[in-house]
Design a protein around this ligand. Structure first.
Ligand code: GSH
Length: 204
C-alpha cells in the first residue's frame, strides 16, 4: 500500500492530486504543519521534517516532483508524461522542474522571511527580492500560455508539469501573492482547478 504523509497547503498536494488522477489506492497520513514544531514524531519517519513523504514498500521519497515521476512510471503507465520520443519532451521536463525550482522554491523563501520565522528574524528586503524574481518567472509562463492558446503547458495534454506548476500558483494565490498573474495564468489555473481529481485532492 502506498502511504503519503500530507498536510493541507503543502507540496504533498501535488502527490495527492496525482494519486487521485491515477485513481490509485493509497493511505494518507495527515501531519500538522510545520511538523518540526507540531508533529515532532514525524521526524522519526522523515528526519528532514518536510512534506510530502512517500512510503511504498521499501521505497522512501521526500521530493514532490520525484514522487510524481515515480508514481507515474510505476503505476500510471506514464500516460501523464510526454515521451522522450515526442518533440515536446524537453519542454515538458523543463516545466516539470520549473514548477519547483523556479517557482515554489523561490516562493517558499518569500513566505519563510515574511511569515514563518519569528518576527525578529523576518527579512522584508529578502522577501521582496525573491518575490520580484518569482514575478519575472511568471512573465515567462504567461508568454508561453498566451503564445500557444492550448489547454495545458504541453499542448492539450494534461501532464505532471501542470501539477508541478499549478501547485506553485496555488501557493501564491493562497498567500495573496498573485499580483503577477496575467489573465492567461488565471484562466490556466481555473482550468486546472476544475479537474475532478484536483477537487478531490483539495479536500483531503
Ligand atoms: N523540494 C521539496 C521541498 C519539501 C518542503 O520543503 N516542503 C515544505 C512544505 S511545502 C516543508 O515541509 N517545510 C517544513 C520545514 O521546512 O520545516 C519538495 O518538492 O517536496
Amino acid at each position: 500500500m502506498i502511504t503519503l504523509y500530507h498536510s493541507v497547503g503543502t507540496r504533498s498536494m501535488r502527490c495527492v492530486w496525482l494519486l487521485e488522477e491515477l485513481q490509485l489506492d493509497y493511505k494518507l497520513e495527515s501531519v500538522d504543519f510545520p511538523p518540526r514544531l507540531k508533529t515532532p514524531n514525524f521526524l522519526t519517519v522523515n528526519p528532514l521534517g518536510t512534506l510530502p513523504y512517500l512510503i511504498d514498500g521499501d521505497v522512501r521519497m521526500s521530493e514532490s516532483c520525484a514522487i510524481l515521476e515515480y508514481l507515474s512510471a510505476k503505476y500510471g503507465e506514464r500516460k501523464l508524461e510526454i515521451s522522450a520520443q515526442d518533440a515536446g519532451y524537453a519542454d515538458y521536463l523543463n516545466w516539470l522542474y520549473f514548477g519547483e525550482c523556479s517557482l515554489a522554491m523561490l516562493q517558499s523563501i518569500v513566505l519563510r522571511y515574511t511569515y514563518f520565522v519569528p518576527k525578529d528574524q523576518r527579512l522584508p528586503e529578502v522577501a521582496q527580492y525573491y518575490q520580484a524574481m518569482v514575478d519575472e518567472r511568471l512573465v515567462l509562463l504567461s508568454r508561453w500560455l498566451s503564445e500557444r492558446s492550448t489547454e495545458y503547458l504541453c499542448g492539450d495534454q494534461f501532464t505532471l508539469a501542470d501539477i508541478s506548476v499549478a501547485y506553485a500558483l496555488i501557493l501564491m494565490r493562497h498567500f495573496k501573492l498573485d499580483q503577477g498573474f496575467s489573465d492567461d495564468i488565471q484562466d490556466y489555473l481555473a482550468r486546472l482547478s476544475s479537474r475532478p481529481a484536483f477537487q478531490r485532492a483539495s479536500v483531503k
